[in-house]
Design a protein around this ligand. Structure first.
Ligand SMILES: Nc1ncnc2c1ncn2[C@@H]1O[C@H](COP(=O)(O)OP(=O)(O)OP(=O)(O)O)[C@@H](O)[C@H]1O
Length: 305
């Protein structure tokens, strides 16, 4: 089964106010899925519902084939999560903290504790007291703790909050190991696009409790399919006359721009040449996710829906 997590029309209403509105998406095995949105968009609320900390008002969440509503324990068993800052005893060592946790949860062996310590790269400092750890090391200790019960799906709410670039990079590298080598799926949330672009395979943008877009990050072919193209043509008057309303083109200083599939470009060129309009260049204008994110958020969700 490729889908590890599916949200089906999930809605959350608190005191008559719709906080999450009909949210549907799936996360597949081995991917890092980003949840991006401005403050107050509803990321934490959604995550709290996925990990079972908050009830769903409408819809359902399915984890590894188990419905959170019908089979709660079997569903959440597959999840490891850091939602709020993980509580650690600062006067104990990292190792003592993990062993303490292992003692409270059935079936976690000492070998498993050693394995996760190595996985998060804390071997050298694991016997030092947590109060001597940097924030990044504390985050990694938290990560180690939630890996102890071998979750299939890891959920990290704002994992890079307060970390310096080196700390962010460490988290990023660890997520790669977990997904690529261990086949886990990871959901990370953030309001910082640049970090998410470096960390995620796909990013869902959430705005006012609604999903506005899901975009693959490394799939350039997919991104190139629907694009804005800039045509540089000669005579602007005849160009303007040539364009029809349904093309939704915008006249520029040098010619015009329009959205088109790549396959449409040769057809448009043939037509322009046939109609005696000179074309000096055609180039795709890459619209970064950043533009899209800013556009969506600055418009206050105009495109939402
Ligand atoms: N228990 C609650 N009662 C009333 N409103 C709530 C409650 N929990 C969340 N909200 C509201 O729901 C909206 C979404 O909040 P949420 O914390 O999920 O956003 P977020 O995207 O995680 O933002 P941030 O990045 O600031 O944490 C906010 O407007 C918040 O005020």
């Amino acid at each position: 089964m490729d889908e590890l997590l599916t949200l089906k029309n999930v809605t959350k209403i608190i005191k008559g106010k719709t906080i999450i509105n009909d949210l549907s998406f799936s996360v597949t095995k081995g991917e890092v899925f980003g949840f991006l949105g401005p403050n107050g968009a509803g990321k934490t609320t959604t995550i709290r519902m996925i990990v079972g900390l908050m009830e769903i008002s409408k819809g359902d969440i399915v984890v590894c084939g188990k419905s959170i509503k019908q089979d709660f324990e079997a569903a959440v068993r597959n999840i490891g999560a850091i939602v709020e800052n993980p509580e650690m005893y600062k006067y104990l060592s990292g190792y003592q903290n993990l062993m303490q946790y292992a003692r409270m949860h059935k079936g976690i062996t000492k070998e498993k504790v050693d394995e996760v310590i190595q996985l998060v790269g804390l071997t050298k400092r694991i016997h030092d007291k947590v109060r001597t750890y940097s924030l990044g090391m504390r985050q990694r200790l938290g990560l180690a703790q939630c890996l102890l019960h071998d979750p299939k799906l890891l959920i990290l709410d704002e994992p890079t909050n307060g970390l310096d670039p080196a700390g962010i990079r460490e988290i990023r590298d660890h997520l790669k190991v977990l997904t690529r080598e261990k086949g886990m799926s990871v959901i990370v949330s953030s309001h910082l696009l640049s970090e998410m672009e470096m960390m995620c395979d796909r990013i869902a943008i959430i705005q006012n409790g609604k999903l506005t877009t899901i975009q693959s990050i490394h799939n350039e072919q997919e991104q190139a399919e629907q694009q804005l193209f800039e045509f540089e043509t000669g005579e602007l008057g005849s160009t303007k006359a040539w364009l029809t309303n349904d093309m939704n083109a915008i006249i520029t200083e040098k010619g015009f721009t329009l959205h088109a599939d790549k396959e449409q470009i040769p057809l448009l060129l043939k037509q322009l040449i046939k109609d005696d309009i000179n074309v000096y260049s055609v180039k795709p204008i890459s619209k970064s996710l950043e533009d899209r994110f800013l556009e969506l958020t600055e418009q206050g969700g105009k495109n939402v829906g």
